[in-house]
Design a protein around this ligand. Sequence first.
Ligand code: SAM
Length: 226
Amino acid sequence: MPELDFRAPRLFVDAPLSPGETIALERNQSNYLGNVLRLSAGESILVFNGRDGEWRAEIVGRKRPDSLMITAQTRPQDRLPDIAYVFAPLKHARLDYMVQKAVEMGASKLQPVLTRFTQVSRVNSERMRANVIEAAEQCGIISLAGVAEPMRALQQGLTAPDGVDILIGPEGGFAEEERTLLLRQPQILRLSLGPRILRADTAGVAALALVQAALGDWARPDLEPG
Ligand code: SAM
């Protein structure tokens, strides 16, 4: 397993990645590399597109970074554990937090569900996708978690999942009829997160930690960042 470079800046680029490929930078990417990270031509970063693995890329540009030249692959494309994070969405900043933490914790799918006491009636999927990319860039992930359109009710999603689904309710908890419906499902296991009531975003991180440690990829020392 190649030594993973968790220190180099990483950028998601929605373009094919192969040796010698040149990729034009979007204005915000050029600004981030040039003005925020203060990188210049000749320096290198890591790029990924969620399909072709991770590659080293050299910055090209005279006054400011305007493109990347792809040089060598640093990591083959991997797969996230088949863990879906099914959750009652919260408002704005806390939803951003929930999405970013679920990505950091290795969820491969984000599935909002509008339960009876959910605080919001609609979800900005584009904002969620932007948070998925930002979290993946920051935490060394090269596969992108999928963002599903919100389910309008719990009933929609009660099929037996291929992998593991983690369901976290809203701040107001599940309605009685939802709780009854859930507990009647043979494929559902009620998981205690201890004797205290956790806020929904805390509960999400705690539940993902338990599942990753027991069934997921936390037991893979070859992946541990240096
Ligand atoms: N008053 C609500 C209730 O009694 O369910 C509290 C909901 S809690 C703020 C939000 C969600 O986090 C819950 O629906 C549940 O999915 C999860 N959660 C919070 N604390 C938990 C715990 N100790 N064990 C299991 N799940 C918990």
